[in-house]
Design a protein around this ligand. Sequence first.
Ligand SMILES: [Zn+2]
Length: 132
Amino acid sequence: MIYRCKVCGYIYKDGKEPLECPICQNTNCFEVISEDKINYEFFKESWSRQVKWMNSTKYQNEIMLNPDETVLKTLAEAEGNFLKSGKQAYCPCRLLTNNQLADKKIICPCYFYMGEVELQGHCHCSLYLVKK
Ligand SMILES: [Zn+2]
């Protein structure tokens, strides 16, 4: 099953609903998403939810989604392919190690993105940017 957090848009594939969202730490916050809903609009909505959540909690700088639709479509397709092949919605710009615990850190939004956005003004994929 594919689950998405109603609060922050985090996407997770698992046999049962995760107990707690690893990003926003809410519980009982997941909705089930059927596989035929996995498309560009789905990812854009999920990422927008993430941006909204981040701006309400984490950052001093306001962040935004990359306005370049070509970048977003490429990322959505790559993450969608991961999900459709039974994997997590991994960051397509990072290498998988095939170690489940290590790879958990690169499920989008990856473990590193917050630091990257603060330091460089964008995450590794340029999905999330600081609003100038
Ligand atoms: Zn969440």
